[in-house]
Design a protein around this ligand. Sequence first.
Ligand code: C2E
Ligand code: CA
Ligand code: CA
Length: 512
Amino acid sequence: MISLLAKFDRDTARHFAALLGLISANFIVATGIFVLMESQDSGTLFVVQMSMIALISALSCLFLLHLNRDRLKAAKELDSLAATDKLTNIANREAFHDQLEQRVSMNKDKFPFALICLDIDRFKELNAFLGYTSADQVLQQLGERLAKLATYERDAARLSGDEFALMLPYDGSDSDLEAKIRKVFDSLYRSYECHKQSVDLTYSVGITLFPDDAVEAESLFQNAHFALERAKQDGHDRIYCYDDVADPKMLDCHFLSHDMDRALQDGEFRLFYQPQYSFANGKLAGFEALIRWHHRDRGIISPEIFIPIAEKNGLILPLSDLILRMACETASKWVNPLKVAVNLSPVQMQQCEIHERVSEILLDTGLDPHRLELEVTESLFIDIDDRVSTDLKRLQKMGISIALDDFGTGYSSLAYLTSFPFDKIKIDRSFVQHLATDKSSMAIISAVIGMGKSLDMRITAEGIEDQESYELLRLAGVNEAQGYLLGKPRDISIEPGEEMLPPSRDLKAISA
Ligand code: C2E
Ligand code: CA
Ligand code: CA
């Protein structure tokens, strides 16, 4: 029997013991009744009968109470499980939302708090760089740090993948709020340790205040996310307060998303072209096509604002088709057979058969494939499936060149150079712009040039704004140059012949 009991868990064993007790009590009662049947004394018979009924009732009540207590305990445990994020062991989105509802229902003058939503920058790349297990460890450590900073258990939460939230009560004064927020970020910016590696994170952060910015949970969430989105759009590693970013222009993001379909029909998207020059002979080598939205009410809108919106609302596919078609059509009319470079969005690449689309557009416009260059970014290669890679290689076989754009901004750029046979590497302008002041930028560029040469890839430097950087890059052996110094993106309807070159005295100075 003991070994049988040992096989059950503790709760089952206790239930079994209680049931055994009840059965034994019944047995005692039955024996009592049997003894009483033998007795003739009716007074004694009544007293014993009542005592036994009382005994059975008490034992039954105890058994039921016992069962109920266990049921309550199990329900509580289930509740807590449903409110906890499995990976980090802190509150999940639902629990955090309930907590927020509770907070806003309290006396608003007595309990001001800041709602902080944060998103780890480039987490997808970190995942690919570290591997899922180590990246999970980073998330767990971040969860622990947030839990330590939270006043109450459910004030810190993991909302989704790499998005976290924290409620931070303060005494209502700016100085207290600032001190508390500083403490939070002092803690979050400390390095994370995983598998003997030390990882530094940056975050995009949106903050909103209760009751100053809103008094309802839903609005507070929306505010914090709005500020967070704005921080992401402005290039990461930024902490934005809702109050500072809630300008009417940005609140229009939603509006822009809905207006995009109409703008596509009305032909409001147009391409600008930025020249690229060869360092070897100082001559024009081609153009990069850069899209602009000429909005009927708002004027020119930057692609950095509307491309991410199009990637979310699904219009990136018709927009990308339009871009490719316009670029190929324009270039096919140039007498001077220069190259045209077109940017591809990773979302577009993953959602459509890019090889089919490009082939069809080249056929329709009659552009020689050797004159088309497609620019892709490192982020495409994180989730790369064989289909995308095969598609790009098929395009290369047709004569189209593939360039790796924004090189150096990711976690493991060098690793991607060997994962795909790019024709060209475009060094990001963040390196080029620090060239004169930051020695490490030059060291990185030299390393990339060495690697590019050994892998037979050409190198373009973008974002060249001054003569000194131009000279340094030329001496370092970069093949092509692009930047405001040589020409800003322009709406060119004319054929780019010699008239597109900068004035000859500038060129001589540049290529001297
Ligand atoms: P990108 O592909 O890195 O394009 C280069 C950006 O740097 C362009 O901004 C260009 O105007 C700017 N730029 C060029 N030279 C200089 C310089 O000397 N100094 C500075 N400060 N900036 C310079 P733009 O046109 O606003 O485009 C921004 C980004 O939007 C592009 O970055 C690209 O990621 C995206 N984009 C632009 N056009 C398209 C497109 O047709 N399709 C897709 N999918 N993305 C596009
Ligand atoms: Ca580009
Ligand atoms: Ca770029």
